[in-house]
Design a protein around this ligand. Structure first.
Ligand code: URA
Length: 432
C-alpha cells in the first residue's frame, strides 16, 4: 500500500474541475514530483489544468514556497556592505530579444558598493541566455563553486554565474516539462518559477524587468502588469524588497541579437556609448536597484567616467575571462537590404529572435551547443528613415545552410512606410 499522503489523480482532478488546491496538496505534489513519485505525464496534466483554470494568490504563494523548499538556499550574510548591512541586489528579466542588460548592469551597480549576485541561465527558444553570451569571451567560466561566487562577490562586487542545480530543483524539472507541453505562458507558473529561484538565491532586493510585446511571453500590458504584481507581492512577502518595470519588447533591445555581438554591444555601453534604448534601460534598472538598496546615485556617471568598465574587466577576469581578447566572428554573413524607402515603422522582435536562433545563436534542446558568433546586427531601428537598397540587417553564422530558414522567419518582419507611433522603452512601474 502507498504511504503517500495524496494521490496525484485527485490533485489533478481538483484543479481540472476549477477547484482550489489545499496547502497540503501543493506541498505534497511539488515534493512528490521532485522525488519522482508524481510522473511527468501527471505533472503535465496538472500544469495544463493550472494554465487553463489559474490559481488563487494563496495557492501561488504556497506553490512558490514549496518550490523553494525543494532545494537549498544561498546565504550571502558573509558579505557585509559598507554600512554593515547586507546589500545585495539582483535583476531578473522575463526574457526578450537582444536583452543583454545583465552584462553592463551587474558591474554598473557594483561600482556603488552594492553586491550583485546574478545567478543566470541559458537560452532556450528564441530568447537568448546570459551565460551563452558571456561564454563568447575567451576563457570565461560560467560554472564556479559557491565558495568562489562568494569570494568574487566580496572582492569585485558582481558575479554572473550558472545557478547551481541545488536551487529550486522542482522548478528545473517543471520548467523543462512546461517547455515541451505548451504550458509556459501561465502567470501562476511563470511567477512561481522566477520567484522561487530568486528567493532561494537569497538576494536582499530584486528588480524585475517584465517584458511586454511580440518578443515576450506576455503580449499585452494588462497581462504583464498582473504578472508583475504577483511577483512583487511574492518577493515582498518573502522579505525581499521587490519592484518591477514593464518594458517594451515589440522590437529588439539595442542593435545586436546573438551571443558575441551582444557582448560587444554591452562593452560599448560600458564605454559610455551604445544604443539609446539599451543605455536608458540599463541606467534606469541600475537606479532602481541602488534605490532598493538605500543608495541614491546617478548611475549614468559611472558609465561616462569609466568606473563601470573597470568593474566589468575585474568581473570578467575573476571568472577566467580575458576582457581584451578579440571576440569570435562568424565565418559567413548575409546582408538583408531595405525593399523600399521611407520610415521603418515596425521591426518585429519575435521574428528577429527566431531568425537569430535559427542562425545558431540559440538551442532547440538543452543539450545543444550554441554558435558563439551567430546572430543578427541591425542597421536600422523603428523610427529610422531608410532608403531602398540600404542594409537593414546582417545575419551571421558559421553554417551558411542556416540562412534560408532564418530568412523565412524574417518574412513580413518589418514595415517601411505608414504611420509610426514611437513607444517609450519603460511602459510602467510596479512598486511594492
Ligand atoms: N523564466 C523563468 O525562470 N521561468 C518562467 O516560467 C519564465 C521565464
Amino acid at each position: 500500500m502507498s504511504t503517500e499522503a495524496f494521490d496525484a489523480v485527485d490533485v489533478i482532478r481538483t484543479k481540472r474541475d476549477g477547484g482550489v488546491l489545499s496547502p497540503e496538496q501543493i506541498d505534497w505534489v511539488i515534493d512528490a514530483y521532485t522525488r519522482g513519485v508524481v510522473a511527468d505525464e501527471q505533472m503535465s496534466a496538472l500544469a495544463m489544468a493550472i494554465f487553463l483554470n489559474g490559481m488563487s494568490r494563496p495557492e501561488i504563494v504556497r506553490w512558490t514556497d514549496a518550490m523553494i523548499r525543494s532545494g537549498e538556499r544561498m546565504d550571502f550574510s558573509s558579505i557585509i556592505g559598507p554600512d554593515k548591512k547586507l546589500a545585495t541586489a539582483d535583476k531578473h528579466s522575463t526574457g526578450g530579444v537582444g536583452d543583454k542588460i545583465t552584462l553592463p548592469l551587474a558591474p554598473l551597480v557594483a561600482v556603488y558598493g552594492v553586491a550583485v549576485p546574478q545567478l543566470s541561465g541559458r537560452g532556450l527558444g528564441h530568447t537568448g541566455g546570459t551565460l551563452d553570451k558571456l561564454e563568447a569571451i575567451p576563457g570565461w567560466q560560467a560554472n564556479i563553486s559557491k565558495e568562489r561566487t562568494l569570494e568574487i562577490l566580496g572582492s569585485v562586487g558582481a558575479v554572473i554565474s550558472a545557478a547551481g542545480s541545488g536551487l529550486a530543483p522542482a522548478d528545473k524539472k517543471l520548467y523543462a516539462l512546461r517547455d515541451t507541453t505548451s504550458t509556459v505562458e501561465a502567470i501562476p507558473l511563470i511567477a512561481s518559477s522566477i520567484m522561487s529561484k530568486k528567493i532561494a538565491e537569497g538576494t536582499g532586493s530584486l528588480v524585475l524587468d517584465v517584458k511586454v510585446g511580440s518578443g515576450a511571453f506576455m503580449k499585452d500590458l494588462a497581462q504583464a502588469r498582473e504578472l508583475a504584481e504577483v511577483m512583487v507581492d511574492l518577493g515582498q512577502d518573502a522579505g525581499v524588497t521587490t519592484s518591477a518595470l514593464l518594458t517594451n519588447m515589440d522590437t529588439p533591445l539595442g542593435l545586436a541579437v546573438g551571443n558575441a555581438c551582444e557582448v560587444a554591444e554591452s562593452v560599448e555601453v560600458l564605454a559610455g556609448g551604445g544604443p539609446a534604448d539599451l543605455v536608458e534601460l540599463t541606467v534606469e534598472l541600475a537606479r532602481v536597484m541602488l534605490k532598493n538598496s538605500g543608495v541614491e546615485a546617478d548611475p549614468a556617471e559611472a558609465l561616462a567616467d569609466g568606473r563601470a568598465m573597470d568593474k566589468w574587466r575585474q568581473m570578467i577576469a575573476a571568472q577566467g575571462g580575458d576582457p581584451d581578447a578579440p571576440l569570435p566572428t562568424a565565418r559567413e554573413t548575409h546582408t538583408v537590404l531595405a525593399d523600399s524607402s521611407g520610415t521603418l515603422t515596425r521591426l518585429d522582435a519575435l521574428a528577429v529572435g527566431v531568425a537569430s536562433w535559427r542562425l545558431g545563436a540559440g538551442r532547440a534542446r538543452k543539450e545543444d551547443d550554441v554558435q558563439l558568433a551567430a546572430g543578427i546586427m541591425l542597421h536600422a531601428k523603428s523610427g529610422d528613415t531608410v532608403t531602398a537598397g540600404q542594409p537593414l540587417m546582417t545575419l551571421m553564422t558559421d553554417t551558411p545552410e542556416r540562412f534560408a530558414r532564418a530568412l523565412e522567419s524574417l518574412e513580413g518582419a518589418w514595415t517601411i512606410g505608414g504611420e509610426y507611433t514611437p513607444s517609450t522603452i519603460i511602459l510602467d512601474r510596479i512598486n511594492a
